[in-house]
Design a protein around this ligand. Structure first.
Ligand code: PLP
Length: 331
C-alpha cells in the first residue's frame, strides 16, 4: 500500500486523470469519491440545490432521488412517468417554465427498467434555462458510449464503479462544471466529506479530501489501461453488438421488452415476462446449473421482468454463452 499524501499517490492520480477527462468529455477536474454512487448523488443535492429541485423519475433509482432530496431537507418535486417510459424534454421544459426549480436530477440509463433517456434532447431544453443546473447519473452507461459532459452542458456528471466500469463496488467518480462550482460556492451546509469545493482544492494538488480507497484507484488505473488499449470506438461498438445479440434473442424467443421502443438501453435489457414463466425458479436454475447470475426484476418488477446485462467486460462470446444457457434452462 502507498500513502495518500505522498508522491506515489499523486502520480497515480496524475496517471488516471487525463483518461478520465476523456471519458467524461470535459477539461474540468474529475474527482475520486470513496463512496458508492449514492454518496455523490446525495452530495450533488447538498452542493447545488437552493430554491428547488425537479427530479425526473422513470424507475427505481430515479424515483429514489426525490426521496433523498427531501431527506436532505430540500424542496423537491417529481416529474414522474410510468416505469418503462422515458423522460420527455417537453415535459421538462413545461416544469422548468414554472420558475420553481434551480436544479434538475436525471438518470441517463435507468438500470431498473432498461430505459435510456434522450440526453441530448433534454440537455437542449436545459440550455434555455441558464440559471438551472443539471445533475446526470451515468452509472450504468458510462464508458459504454460517448457522453460529452461539456458539449452537452451537464453540471454534475457521476458514475459508480460496479456497473459500466465493471470494478468492485464502493467507489465513484464525478466531475463538476464551472457553473456547478459557482452554485456550490453559494450553498451553506455542504459539509466536508462531500464538499465539491474541497474536492477541487485537493485535486489541484493531486489529492482527495480524506483518505481514499487506494485499492479502487489501482483497479481503476488497470481498467483505464484496458479501455484505451481496446480503443473507445471499439468499446462502444462492442456494447452495441452485444446489446443487439440480446435484443435479437428477445425477439426470437417471443418475449417482449419492458422499455418502450426507441428508448432502450444499450447496456442492459429489461425483458418483460410476457410468457408468464416462473422467473425466480428460472434464475435459480441458471445459477445452479450454469453458474450464471441474472437479476429476476428490480423491486416491484420482481418476477414480472428479468434483466440481462451487456455492460463492462461482456463480449459477444460471453453474451452468446449466456443466451445459450438461458435457452437450455427454458426448454
Ligand atoms: C446501481 C445504480 C445506482 C446506485 O449505486 P450504489 O452503488 O448503490 O450507490 C445509482 N444509479 C444507477 C443508475 C444505478 O444503476
Amino acid at each position: 500500500m502507498i500513502g495518500h499524501r505522498g508522491e506515489d499517490f499523486k502520480n497515480l492520480y496524475r496517471d488516471v486523470h487525463p483518461k478520465l477527462q476523456t471519458l467524461f468529455g470535459t477539461k474540468q477536474p474529475v474527482f475520486l469519491s470513496t463512496s458508492s454512487a449514492w454518496g455523490v448523488m446525495e452530495a450533488s443535492i447538498h452542493n447545488l440545490v437552493d430554491r428547488g429541485v425537479l427530479c425526473c423519475m422513470c424507475g427505481a433509482f430515479s424515483d429514489k432521488w426525490l426521496d433523498v432530496a427531501r431527506r436532505c431537507g430540500k424542496n423537491a418535486e417529481p416529474l414522474q412517468v410510468d416505469w418503462g417510459k422515458h423522460i420527455d424534454q417537453k415535459e421538462v421544459d413545461h416544469a422548468l417554465a414554472s420558475g420553481k426549480f434551480d436544479t434538475v436530477t436525471l438518470i441517463h440509463n435507468e438500470t431498473s427498467t432498461g430505459v435510456m433517456n434522450p440526453l441530448p434532447e433534454i440537455c437542449c431544453t436545459l440550455a434555455k434555462y441558464p440559471d438551472v443546473v443539471l445533475i446526470v447519473d451515468t452509472v450504468s452507461s458510462f464508458s459504454a458510449m460517448q457522453i460529452d459532459m461539456e458539449a452537452l452542458g451537464i453540471d454534475v456528471m457521476l458514475t459508480g464503479a460496479q456497473k459500466g466500469l465493471a470494478l468492485p463496488p464502493g467507489f465513484s467518480l464525478f466531475s463538476v462544471s464551472k457553473k456547478g462550482f459557482a452554485r456550490a460556492e453559494k450553498q451553506k451546509g455542504r459539509g466536508y466529506y462531500f464538499d465539491f469545493l474541497e474536492f477541487k482544492k485537493q485535486q489541484a494538488e493531486w489529492m482527495t479530501p480524506s483518505t481514499p480507497s487506494i485499492g479502487h484507484i489501482f483497479a481503476l488505473q488497470s481498467k483505464l489501461e484496458e479501455i484505451f488499449e481496446e480503443g473507445l470506438q471499439a468499446r462502444f461498438d462492442r456494447h452495441a453488438k452485444t446489446n443487439a445479440l440480446v435484443h435479437d434473442w428477445v425477439r426470437c424467443t417471443g418475449f417482449d421488452f419492458f422499455a418502450e421502443e426507441g428508448f432502450r438501453s444499450k447496456t442492459l435489457t429489461c425483458v418483460k415476462n410476457s410468457k408468464g414463466i416462473d422467473v425466480l425458479a428460472f434464475a435459480k436454475k441458471l445459477r445452479e446449473e450454469h453458474h450464471l447470475v441474472i437479476d429476476p426484476g428490480y423491486g416491484k418488477l420482481r418476477g414480472k421482468t428479468f434483466r440481462l446485462s451487456n455492460m463492462g467486460d461482456e463480449t459477444e462470446e460471453t453474451v452468446s454463452q449466456l443466451l445459450e444457457c438461458i435457452d437450455a434452462v427454458l426448454k
